[in-house]
Design a protein around this ligand. Structure first.
Ligand code: ZN
Length: 279
């Protein structure tokens, strides 16, 4: 894809200096962080592996002009701002733009501390998307999902969680959590994640109609390859050789591809009810 805009005003750069390593925050924070994760990773055991220092990294606004990858993220974010402003205005609502913080190793958020090992995530408490760009290397080398549009899908998925936050969807899921069994809650989590994939597809449908945006041949396949690679069934099979559907939190490869594609093909906000139809 190509983006010819000026970039988003909502980028924060917290990289560099080897700082930013943080202790993981309290229990409630961890739970909120898990909601906005890109991957359905099992975080058990991860907590103890986190570096426990509290150095502060200076956070700068914007990204350096020569930073190609940072500029790419900034462009994708800007295109999501335009698309979601249109969508919200059609719903009679006002879109509030999220911030996007680039970090390295670890980061402190309003949802608690997180290590890069959890992958990209969204924190509803500070309306921020958090990405360590090294995840894109992992996406390519470990998950076999190369290409800029695979990366754009990751960003658009996290922005999808921001949309759910603004619309009160994530709040509803969280308040239901108390009265549900883990298996029942996991089903809701899958719906939430598949809807974020649908929103990512919906973003792509509308972004390609913008003057500043160009989709390249193969872009759609890049996103679908990524969605296929990070399905819960595939990740579990790779990790343990077994698949436990009750423990799914993000959906199968087939589901993730289906919902991204549905958003991309329809561009219709109203077709994204993953809570009554998970496929
Ligand atoms: Zn997610």
């Amino acid at each position: 894809m190509q983006w010819f805009g000026k970039g988003s005003n909502n980028m924060e750069d917290g990289r560099g200096g080897g700082g930013g390593k943080v202790a993981l925050g309290g229990g409630i924070g961890i739970i909120i962080v898990i909601i906005g994760l890109f991957l359905g990773k099992d975080l058990t055991g991860l907590v103890n592996q986190l570096p426990i220092t509290s150095e502060q990294t200076e956070v700068k606004q914007g990204v350096p002009a020569g930073d190609e990858q940072g500029q790419f993220v900034s462009g994708v974010l800007e295109s999501t701002e335009i698309v979601w402003e249109q969508q919200f205005s059609q719903l009679g609502l006002q879109y509030q733009q999220p911030k996007l913080r680039l970090f390295e190793d670890g980061v402190q958020t309003a949802c608690g501390g997180a290590s890069s090992a959890v992958g990209p995530f969204y924190c509803p408490a500070d309306s921020k998307v958090y990405i360590d760009l090294s995840f894109f290397e992992e996406l390519k080398n470990r998950f076999g999902a190369a290409g800029d549009f695979a990366q754009a899908y990751v960003i658009a998925h996290e922005v999808g969680h921001h949309v759910q936050n603004l619309l009160g969807t994530s709040e509803k899921v969280q308040s239901a959590r108390r009265r549900l069994s883990e298996t029942e809650y996991n089903k809701l989590s899958v719906s939430l994640e598949l809807q974020a994939d649908f929103y990512a597809g919906l973003w792509a449908y509308h972004a390609q109609k913008l003057d500043n945006f160009r989709l390249d041949p193969g872009d759609l396949e890049e996103a679908l390859t990524a969605a296929n690679a990070i399905g819960d069934d595939k990740l579990q099979k790779q990790a343990t050789g077994e698949v436990v559907p009750d423990s799914f939190t993000h959906g199968t490869s087939a589901q993730r591809m289906y919902w991204f594609k549905k958003g991309f093909e329809s561009g219709d906000f109203n077709q994204g009810d993953t809570f009554n139809n998970r496929r």
